[in-house]
Design a protein around this ligand. Sequence first.
Ligand code: SF4
Ligand code: SF4
Length: 189
Amino acid sequence: MGIMRGMMVTLRHIIRPPITVNYPEVERNVPIRARTNLLWFEERCTGCSTCAQACPDGCILVETAPRDDGTMEIVRYEIDFRICMYCGLCTEACPYQAIQAGGRYDDAVYDFTELYRNRGALTARAQEYLAEHDGRYPNGQTQDENPLLTSMPTARSRVPVAGAAGPFGPQHLPGRAERAGGSDEGDGA
Ligand code: SF4
Ligand code: SF4
């Protein structure tokens, strides 16, 4: 009886379609919330560095410079994927969905140093992703549905944040013009 039961299981699976795919010729659809490689979308990034502070491995580097109007210009944005553990904390911390999981899950390279990606490399991959997905971010949104154009100096004013109406806070960093005017009392804080 045991042999018969075993044969029945085998026969049932013979007529079922296979659950495996012929990788790499065929790639399986990855769930949207899978912790695949990170994608950084420069057009959504304010340079606030929240992602870098949230990263337990310290693999995100953000360097900014203040613009005249007090907003921040992103000078460098780099991710060291050699030490990234794909925990996703940076994606959860980003207030603007500028860094999201959704990149390649088979991100293997021959040269280990290629896993250190600078702004240009990250943007190239993000643009590639958007081109392949009809301009849709991994979270399903498009830039039109959730507009945020932080590369424009006035963009931060479109994003309501706590403390936006007050004299201090991230929305009120003194710009170069203000500081040049001699208002440097807050600089020692
Ligand atoms: S996924 Fe985790 S380890 Fe990787 S950059 Fe984000 S916070 Fe850091
Ligand atoms: S990716 Fe997000 S959290 Fe990181 S600097 Fe840009 S806006 Fe801030």
